[in-house]
Ligand binder design. Structure first.
Ligand code: G
Ligand code: MN
Length: 258
């Protein structure tokens, strides 16, 4: 058996054994109030410890394991919505990253509908985060899927924005609620004229379409200050909180960004 086949087998077992878990990274609005938590999958390997998604997600996609795994993640997002309420954070959205294969899976919307109905998930409690390339993989189909998703009261965020060549046409074609500017564009925005120009135009285009704009990967207080001064609606990044297990993340929610 090849290393890859072995890993595929092992990943299947990991699912059955409950070795996957969700980490969370908060997002704050312009006043410093936590408004969302992005859920990020991790594999807690019994011997190798915590394994980041870059190591296993591509293999999950190739092997088809991404579909059951993605459904598990959606179920977790619903469960954590209720845990956030219990913890005293009822208005905080749980954001779920979704890969292209899962997004385009014919059963995805039905599964999401089943969860939303069964658990009585209120509008705005859950948000799907899709990369620009996922949305632009098959734009016509994406419009159909996104329209159905939004009809369920599930929000749409387009992440890693500003890296694809199609950024601007994406905004005009697809229904969404929120744009997340990629951290490569946010980096050094207070001193890098190119990034500043890109951020400014993304913010103005998004606002022109009634979308809110968040910045990913904010690491410096200077970047944060620039973003606030230039109308960015919210922020996420190491400056405020790193991805962390749920309980640790809750503690970070309490300490507002400066
Ligand atoms: O593209 P996406 O939003 O899915 O990426 C999420 C990943 O980005 C997380 O796993 C997290 O580790 C990383 N990340 C989040 N905030 C920051 C940051 O401020 N700086 C850097 N370098 N990486 C970050
Ligand atoms: Mn993300």
């Amino acid at each position: 058996m090849s290393d890859r086949d072995e890993l595929v087998t092992r990943l299947g077992e990991a699912m059955d054994n409950g070795e996957f878990e969700m980490f969370f990274q908060p997002e704050f609005d312009a006043t410093g109030k936590p408004v969302a938590v992005e859920s990020l999958i991790r594999w807690r390997h019994p011997e190798r410890g915590l394994i980041p998604p870059v190591v296993f997600l591509a293999i999950c996609e190739d092997s088809g394991l991404i579909l059951p795994l993605g459904r598990w993640v959606l179920g977790e997002a619903c469960a954590y919505h209720f845990r956030l309420i219990e913890a005293g954070w009822p208005g905080v959205t749980v954001s779920v990253n979704m890969s292209t294969a899962q997004f385009e899976d014919a059963g995805m919307v039905d599964y999401l509908r089943k969860l939303v109905t069964e658990f009585n998930i209120p509008a705005g409690a859950i948000e799907l985060e899709l990369s620009e390339s996922t949305v632009m993989h098959n734009p016509n189909r994406s419009v159909e899927i996104l329209t159905a998703v939004r009809a369920l009261g599930v929000g749409i965020a387009i992440g890693e924005f500003g890296t694809g060549y199609s950024s601007m046409s994406t905004l005009h074609r697809v229904p969404a609620d929120k744009i997340k500017i990629d951290r490569s564009v946010v980096r050094g925005v207070h001193e890098d004229g190119n990034n500043a120009a890109i951020c400014r135009s993304i913010i103005s285009l998004a606002h022109g379409k009634d979308l809110i704009v968040f910045a990913e990967g904010v690491e410096l207080s200077e970047e944060h200050a620039w973003l606030r001064a230039n109308g960015c609606d919210g922020v996420q990044g190491y400056l405020f909180a790193r991805p962390a297990p749920f309980e640790d993340m809750l503690r970070a929610l309490g300490s507002l960004p400066a």
